[in-house]
Design a binder for this molecule. Structure first.
Ligand SMILES: Nc1ncnc2c1ncn2[C@@H]1O[C@H](COP(=O)(O)OP(=O)(O)O)[C@@H](O)[C@H]1O
Ligand SMILES: [Mg+2]
Length: 226
């Protein structure tokens, strides 16, 4: 039996606990994701996809339950160790990309490596490989705000890959892309999958979840898996 690379055990996340506006965004979710492959977390808006993805991606902690990534119970780790685990294993593409528009493409891509103490030349070498892979070399020194939507999307993917983590998470990556760019994105995702990455994407876009490269669909409703 293979060990899952991602596992959640009865994970629950409640916001504003005990206050007005209390909401349980994720309730008792248990799932296992094996190494490799593309899994889609599907569900209507408000079903808890982003909240669950954030906990798997070491961005937030559950109210109860366990999140285990690469054999480590990250939900129990102090912040500092959780952040280190995130830098070692996880690449995250945010729904609104969260790029720094005033900074260059190169600086955006290498940003996750700054806390690592990796030398500038090593940082640049890694970035150049990705810039080449995603056809962005000619944009290396450009401010991100001057790039097209598709180029910005590729910068966000490159930034998520720079730490060479084995897990790629993406939150509604097609939310602000037209059909052609969504297909381009899926082509990139497919290449990363072929290279052995474990990929988990939240989406309620049929262009994504009906794509042939998808291996598995997990559906959420009202904070639970159905
Ligand atoms: N930081 C937060 N504070 C309070 N409520 C939140 C917060 N984040 C999400 N929620 C609520 O949790 C529920 C699930 O949200 P979310 O995980 O963003 O769903 P999805 O990504 O599927 O649209 C929603 O009702 C949302 O309003
Ligand atoms: Mg969401």
């Amino acid at each position: 039996m293979t060990t899952p690379v991602i596992e959640t055990i009865k994970v629950t996340k409640t916001f504003n606990r005990g206050k007005p506006g209390e909401v349980t965004a994720v309730r008792d979710v248990s799932l296992k994701i094996d190494t490799g492959g593309l899994t889609i977390l599907k569900g209507a808006s408000g079903s808890g996809k982003t909240t669950l993805l954030s906990m798997i991606g070491c961005q937030s902690k559950p109210t109860s339950g366990e999140v285990i990534v690469h054999g480590k119970k990250i939900s129990k780790l102090p912040e500092k160790f959780m952040n280190r685990h995130k830098r070692e294993h996880i690449g995250f593409i945010f729904q609104h990309l969260q790029l720094l528009g005033d900074m260059s493409v190169l600086d955006n891509i290498t940003l996750p490596l700054l806390p690592e103490g990796i030398s500038p030349s090593e940082r640049n070498d890694r970035a150049d490989l990705l810039l080449k892979q995603f056809n962005l070399l000619h944009r290396r020194g450009f401010k991100v705000s001057t790039l097209s939507g598709g180029e910005q999307q590729r910068v966000a993917i490159a930034r998520a890959l720079i730490n060479k983590g084995s897990i790629l998470l993406a939150d509604e990556p097609s939310a602000h892309l037209d059909g052609k760019l969504t297909i381009d994105l899926l082509d990139h995702i497919n290449e990363l999958k072929q290279a052995g990455q474990t990929i988990l994407i939240t989406s309620h876009d049929p262009v994504i979840y009906q794509h042939p490269t998808v291996d598995r669909i997990i559906e959420m409703k009202d904070g639970q898996i159905i």
